[in-house]
Structure formats: C-alpha cells, structure tokens
Ligand binder design. Sequence first.
Ligand code: TXA
Ligand code: MG
Length: 310
Amino acid sequence: MPIKIASPDVIAEAGAKLRAGELVVVPTETVYGLAANARDDRAVARIYATKDRPRFNPIIVHVLDLAQAEVIVSFNGVARALAERFWPGGLTLVLSRREASPVGLLLSAGLDTVAVRAPSHPVARDIIAAAGVPIAAPSANRSGRISPTTAEAAAEEMGGAVALIVDGGRSNIGLESTVIGFDGSRAVLLRAGPVNRDDIEAVAGPLTAPKSGIQAPGMMTSHYAPRARLRLNATEAGAGEVLIAFGPARDAAANLSPGGDLAEAAANLFAMLHALDRSGAETIAVMPIPNHGLGEAINDRLARAAAPRD
Ligand code: TXA
Ligand code: MG
C-alpha cells in the first residue's frame, strides 16, 4: 500500500503530485481527506470517480488562512468573525463564489457557493503550502461509508486507486468539520461537528436550522454507514450484538469514553465503528450519548449510520 509517513520529502512529493493533477490522501485533524488540486476540474472529477459518489456532491476547498479563502469566496462580517475565531480548525464556511475565483466549477456541483476550511493539522498545512494551490478534499472514504481517521483505514477505503497516502498519525478530532452556511448574514448549521453550537453562537448569534433545499447536499439520511446494523440508545448488548459503551460499562466490545468525555468519544467513534464492523459483527448496539456540546455531532453521525439503507 502506498502509505508514506509524513516527512519533508514526502510532503514535497505530495505537493508536486497534487499540482500535477494526481490524487493524494492527506491527514487532517478532523478526518483523512482525498485531496486534489482545486483549480483542476479533471483532478476533481477523479475524486468523484474514486469515491463512487452517486452524484456530484460539492467538495470542501482547503486553504492555509483567511487571506487565501478571500480570493475564492466573498466573506460577510459574520463569516469573517467565525474564521478569525476558529481557523485553523474544524469549521467549514459555505460562501458565495467570487467571479474571478481560481477554483474549478465542478467542486461546487452546480451551486454558486464554495465551502472553504483552513485545517490545523501541520501536515495538511505543509502539503497545502507545498502544492501552492487550494486543495479540494472530501473525506477519504467510499461514498456513504465511515470517514477514515488513520492512514490504514484510508488505504482500506481507497485501495489501489490513489498513488500516495500520507500518514500524519491518527486524526485527533475524529469527526468531520462543522459546516456553516448563510441565509443573508444569518448563520445556518448545515452539519454539526467539532466546533459546537454554543461556541459558534457566541460569535455568530443564534444559528438557524437549514430550510429544506439549502441543506448540505451530502447530508443524506443514510450516510456514514458501517456494514453492520446499528441499534442506538442501547443499555446492553442483546443476543448476537456487540456493544459500544459510553461511560462506565461492563462487557462492552468497545468504549467511546469510559470517563464520559465527549471529545474522547468523538475521536474514537469512527475507528471503533470501523473495527467492530471489520470483526464481522452483525449488529452494533450503542449506548446513549448526551446531546450537548460535541454530543450533537456524534448523535448526528450515529443517526445517519443507523438509518435504513436503500
Ligand atoms: O472535516 C472535514 O470536513 C473533512 C476533511 C477532509 O476536511 N471533509 C469532509 O468532506 O468531511 P465531505 O465531502 O465528506 O463533506 C463535506 C460536506 C458535505 O456534506 C457537503 O455537502 C458540504 O460539506 N458542502 C460542501 N460544499 C458545499 C456547498 N457549496 N454548499 C453546501 N454544502 C456544501
Ligand atoms: Mg464525507
């Protein structure tokens, strides 16, 4: 498998490959991304092909900072305040594309907006700098499956389809970024994530729920799905089930956080689902997760993973 531990040489190689239109798996602090040069629509098309996306969901553009993002999209005052407070980090902002935006149209999938995020992972930042171009990257999983939080999990998802997988260690947040769009200057929560509602509202004022239609197109009900069935709000494992616990528990196959810490649970969520899924379990029972702070994002992902599949 083409996994290489991040080093100055490997980062330079990743930058050169990206500039040349090749795909590279890149570590970020949220989850691993399947990256391409955002200026190159043919490279972006390769992302959709490699992920088996059923349709063209829009893709997040990764930048180093607000200055690089301002060239791509127009910031309103609230968006700028959010970027100043939470970047670099797990917050994505969906904003109007500038007319002279340097990024290709395909990654917007027909919308007149572009999603932008400045990741904090030092390897992601070094690769963006080495590439010298903005980087389009969805999570490095096949469509509808769990986002990888390690290089090995990304390699398993991508198989031989990617020339280079850069190993930057385990994603320490483990949950995809919070996605915020705008209705005028009012912030709309499109996807719950590691930057939680209270912290965003402290900067942006009350968040509104998305009107149907402007919801993030990737937020299909059945998403983030393991192969196994999921049973939520379980108190214990039933016959033929394995249990993912939260808080003190006996006889659990895995425990998101024995001490009841939501950040630890978020970081463990996908890796534990993935491991139990690979163990061949038919049903994974999951104990209830409190719905405050990061719990909102964890419960969102669990509900999608448990939703009926088509
Ligand atoms: O943490 C993350 O966000 C990771 C890492 C790699 O940065 N990326 C990620 O990408 O989770 P992806 O493609 O799996 O999810 C991006 C989400 C989708 O729900 C997509 O629909 C939404 O962002 N999105 C992207 N561009 C959008 C746009 N222009 N308008 C509305 N939603 C958009
Ligand atoms: Mg994804």
